[in-house]
Design a protein around this ligand. Structure first.
Ligand code: NAD
Ligand code: IPM
Ligand code: MN
Length: 353
């Protein structure tokens, strides 16, 4: 019997709706599998917690999380209660950074039963490897002067180690796919960091002569995502570029509510964290109509991480079947609720035994 202990943080907004849905799916998977057991320990951390305690999680929050096999998170952010930069840096970004979750893997592909805004989305199947610990998301900078002379400075920090690590991860991953890596750059406009990014990419690719490469400026690349999606397989991108590209990837699939993600710790010192690409969606929270597929696909990525790839593939196929059969939430043109989609996925999983 394999047992995994998961720290569950539903967080804010629809995180509180889609996480319970994905936990039901994981419970059903354990039932179907027989040799797999999950222990879920839930933590009510987020913006409501902040209102009560003046912090997003307890002071020993990271220590508490450290002992788990993985962290399963919904979304963080309720700008009506707490400014985003406080809530995100107090929980989500803090965990990513402190637990050295240096890589964010974000797949996007044509999904059966979904209406993509593209005329021909069939060849859309890619993975963005997002550098997850540095780049444009740095704490270096500040605000000086006030009033009409005020200046805000944000320094982007790119280390050789961090940049190379993300690129090598992308090249290794590409060996299991189409052996093609595209670098997202902007070395025509960003003076220091992006020419550096290009240089490191040119160096790293020397070690992978069997892998084809391409490189585009991020602005042109965003357009190619829409006009020539078949050009891409594995993409390596800086923290901010990867962030933006993966919402676009979600939209091309048909909804950002579908897109999954995994924040990976590579050195084994800390747990990895699994959370979808989307946020807390305050505009639909409480209606019971949030699409649970992003969170469920994220659970599949966690199963992959635990070495249960076969089961994860079966799950994803069932999710696609349910979608193709029209049982879908309003964001993808259906009328079903979060619960109805989840129950149908669980029902079909149970039929496997
Ligand atoms: P968002 O992803 O929450 O929502 C963008 C749009 O997509 C909204 O119209 C929303 O209704 C829709 N959407 C998102 N997920 C959906 C789902 N599962 N089903 C159906 N529709 C869905 O982005 P935002 O509005 O920019 O941010 C809202 C809050 O979430 C902010 O506080 C932001 O900082 C935070 N945020 C958190 C994370 C995270 O925790 N990983 C990610 C992104 C945004
Ligand atoms: C994401 C989110 C976060 C990010 C925000 C909420 C800080 O957009 O996970 O994609 O930018 O990484
Ligand atoms: Mn994002």
């Amino acid at each position: 019997m394999k047992q995994f202990e998961l720290a569950v943080i539903p967080g804010d907004g629809i995180g509180k709706e889609v996480v319970p849905a994905a936990l039901d799916v994981l419970r059903t998977i354990a039932e179907v599998h027989g040799g797999l057991k999950f222990k879920f320990v839930e933590f009510p951390w987020g913006c409501d917690y902040y209102v009560e305690h003046g912090k997003m999680m307890p002071d020993d929050g990271l220590q508490i999380l450290q002992g788990f096999d993985a962290i399963f998170l919904g979304a963080i952010g309720n700008p009506h209660l707490v400014p985003d930069h406080i809530s995100l840096w107090g929980l989500l970004l803090k965990i990513r950074r402190e637990f050295e979750q240096v890589i964010n893997i974000r797949p996007a592909k044509y999904f059966r039963g979904l209406q993509s805004p593209l005329a021909n989305p069939n060849d859309f199947d890619l993975i963005v490897v997002r550098e997850n610990s540095e780049g444009e998301y740095s704490e270096v900078g500040g605000r000086i002067y006030r009033g009409s002379d005020e200046i805000a400075i944000q320094n982007a920090v790119f280390t050789r180690k961090g940049t190379e690590r993300a690129m090598r991860y992308a090249f290794e991953l590409s060996k299991k796919r189409r052996k093609h890596v595209t670098s997202a750059t902007k070395s025509n406009g960003i003076f220091h960091t992006m020419p550096f990014w290009d240089e490191v990419f040119a160096e790293v690719k020397q070690d992978y002569p069997e892998v084809e490469t391409a490189s585009y400026h991020i602005d042109a690349m965003a357009a190619f995502f829409v006009t020539r999606p078949h050009m891409f397989d594995v993409i390596v991108a800086s923290n901010l570029f990867g962030d933006i590209l993966t919402d676009l990837g979600g939209a091309i699939m048909g909804s950002i509510g579908i897109a999954p993600a995994a924040n990976i710790n590579l050195n084994g010192k800390y747990p990895s964290m699994f959370e979808p690409v989307h946020g807390s969606a305050p505009d639909i929270y409480g209606k019971g109509i949030a699409n649970p597929i992003g969170q469920i696909w994220t659970a599949k990525m966690m199963l992959d991480h635990f070495g249960e790839e076969e089961l994860g593939s079966v799950l994803l196929k069932i999710v696609e079947d349910v979608t193709a059969d029209g049982i879908k939430t309003p964001d993808i043109g259906g009328k079903a609720t979060t619960r109805e989609v989840t129950d149908e996925i669980c029902r079909r999983l149970k039929k496997l035994v």
